[in-house]
Ligand binder design. Structure first.
Ligand SMILES: [Zn+2]
Length: 59
């Protein structure tokens, strides 16, 4: 998952959840995360426990 070079907080879609949501027909697959400006990459955990790696775009 790529986020904006200047983003501190972001919302991304968890692909694993998106597939579950598609089969369940309800729920949300979006994940809110935070990444300090001086951090190039990190990871967030979605509400269903999937680990998503995030990296800053650019540079
Ligand atoms: Zn998920």
């Amino acid at each position: 998952m790529w986020i904006s070079p200047r983003a501190v907080s972001f919302t991304i879609v968890c692909n694993a959840c998106a597939q579950e949501v598609a089969s369940d027909g309800y729920g949300a697959a979006t994940v809110h995360g935070f990444l300090p400006l001086d951090t190039q990459r990190g990871s967030v955990e979605c509400s269903r426990g999937h680990h998503l790696r995030v990296e800053r775009d650019g540079r």
